[in-house]
Design a protein around this ligand. Structure first.
Ligand SMILES: Cc1cc2nc3c(=O)[nH]c(=O)nc-3n(C[C@H](O)[C@H](O)[C@H](O)COP(=O)(O)OP(=O)(O)OC[C@H]3O[C@@H](n4cnc5c(N)ncnc54)[C@H](O)[C@@H]3O)c2cc1C
Length: 416
């Protein structure tokens, strides 16, 4: 059977794959070359996940792109971000898509993720890149300085942009890496809900409260964040819980991981104890649960009183004077032992991935397989909530695309 031949084959038409295709074609244009590029996409259409990002608004970057917002091999990520592909705002301007900031988080000005996908798709088409949907790549073989995919397609260069296991639960990009002998670091779900091990969370389900969450293990603070915490029937969600979730996923299998919540950051322990004393003195007949509503949602107040076996309807004068310090301690440091996190299917991103030691941080090309590149979530780099994962996908995809095009141009000039 005659194989269909391409210069560059991109496996995966998600954020990094579309960015790679655009960057490869633009680099070829600058050099006055024509490069035949194809995107293989397993789904019936490209960029499906982009549509789900940012609750349909697509938080595609952040004004603060410091490396401290990333996990995994941050040195490798820093090197990728240091290049000409790191300006995501400029990239989207070049696609005709303007952005707006919401507290530092960058969104398309039109407010819709579909606008981001359209801008990418139109440019991919305009630049003449072929897209083959419903085409899942299940095998990759190196042969005579080129790559054979699914025993049907031949490509001089391959960019693997298959994403990770998050939200889909499985990803055969890791299998493709294995077929070339490239290694993968341990994988963990990240930006995912936390699961408590002991407490009965049913009464807390649906409660939202501002506070700080610290993840502790062996007396050490592994991660912390503040903001609106959301309680579920089995644990904790909300942006702060998601931000600390990779620390939980990475450490929970050893046991002894717990969350400490400060549910009243604006008052010190002493100020809280004084508040209870003052309320119990000025309104001695008030119910304890009514006193708690002065500082937090009623249901949460009831649960915290229950932690100290104080009845919600107890008189303030009877319960709050003697328990004021213990109650202040519970509010400022509520300990919740954790079993772990929800799984990959519920996660927004994969922590861990293609071992960066196998790839050049300058070109994203494999050190052992010339012409084989990798980008996006598949690599061992992941970010916090706030547009960091898409920023990584655009930057690494664009870098891999440009470098793959330069590889092809050099190869063609050598063979000319
Ligand atoms: C619900 C949700 C909300 C999110 N919101 C945000 C947000 O607001 N901001 C942010 O920065 N990040 C967000 N993320 C994370 C972000 O979407 C990802 O990190 C990013 O899309 C990764 O880009 P990628 O190109 O590496 O992979 P993906 O976007 O996952 O694309 C991979 C593509 O490859 C295809 N594919 C996989 N294997 C094969 C194969 N063998 N052959 C052919 N095709 C294949 C897949 O079908 C997919 O289309 C969110 C994630 C989720 C799940």
């Amino acid at each position: 059977m005659r194989m269909k031949k391409y210069d560059i084959a991109i496996i995966g038409g998600g954020a990094s794959g579309l960015a790679a295709a655009i960057s490869a074609a633009r680099a070829a244009n600058i050099n006055g070359s024509r490069i035949k590029t194809v995107i293989f996409e397993a789904q019936p259409r490209v960029g499906k996940k982009i549509l789900a990002t940012g609750n349909g608004r697509c938080n595609l970057c952040n004004e603060d792109t410091q490396i401290t917002h990333y996990r995994g091999d941050t040195q490798f990520a820093s090197a990728v971000f240091s290049g000409p592909e790191c300006d995501t705002q400029e990239f989207f301007r070049s696609l005709g898509l303007l952005l707006k900031s919401d507290d530092g988080r960058l969104y398309p000005l039109g407010g819709q993720a579909s606008g981001v996908l359209d801008a990418l798709r139109f440019e991919v088409d305009r630049l003449g890149c072929e897209t083959l949907t419903d085409t899942k790549i299940t095998s990759v073989k190196e042969s005579g300085g080129a790559y054979i995919l699914n025993n049907s397609f031949l490509a001089d260069a391959v960019i693997l942009c298959s994403g990770g296991k998050a939200s889909v639960g499985e990803c055969n990009g890791y299998t493709l890496l294995g077929q070339l002998g490239l290694t993968v670091t341990p994988l963990f779900p990240s930006l995912v809900r936390l699961v408590a091990s002991e407490k009965n969370f049913k009464p807390l389900k649906g409660i939202r409260a501002d506070g700080e969450i610290r993840i502790m293990s062996g007396g050490e603070c592994l991660a912390r964040d503040s903001g609106e915490l959301q309680f579920t029937d089995c644990g904790i969600s909300g942006i702060p819980a998601m931000q600390v979730s990779s620390a939980v996923a990475r450490n929970a299998q050893h046991g002894g991981v717990y969350a400490v919540l400060d549910l009243c950051e604006s008052l010190s322990r002493e100020q809280l104890a004084d508040f209870f004393l003052q309320r119990a003195t000025s309104a001695p007949d008030a119910r304890c649960e009514d006193v708690m509503t002065g500082i937090m949602p009623r249901r949460l107040g009831g649960v915290l009183l229950g932690e100290l076996n104080i009845r919600a309807d107890a008189r303030a004068a009877d319960a709050l004077i003697s328990h004021r310090e213990a109650l202040a301690d519970t509010i400022k440091g509520w300990v919740i032992p954790l079993k772990g996190t929800n799984g990959f299917a519920d996660a927004q991103v994969t922590s861990g991935g293609a071992d960066t030691a196998c790839f050049s941080s300058e070109t994203l090309e494999s050190k052992s397989h010339r012409g084989f590149f990798c980008a996006g979530e598949l690599l061992d780099v992941d970010g916090e909530c706030g547009g960091y994962n898409l920023h990584w996908a655009w930057c690494s995809g664009r870098r891999a695309g440009r470098c793959a095009a330069e590889y092809i141009i050099k190869k063609e000039r050598k063979n000319a």
